[in-house]
Design a protein. Sequence first.
Length: 96
Amino acid sequence: MSRTRQVGAAVIGLAILYALIGGEYSISDWLTLRSQERVEQATIADLTVAVDSLRRFAMQLETNPKLQERIAREEFGMVRSGEFLYRLGRDSLDEQ
């Protein structure tokens, strides 16, 4: 092999090595980005499930009168006509 070919082969080898290891987008950077992408894809899948569940609950809340009544009673203390609501505070429970 002539000297020129050896230098050319060395330059090409160094260029390939730099492309794989060094530079702004090296193999290690690419592998790190791929693992981050997998984590983000899993997060997106989890959030999609949560959003779908909340969407179903919102639809039920809009259309199911029994659910509406239960939530109105539990959250807001609403009562029907003729019913009485007794609330016991923490102090009255501690006295017993």
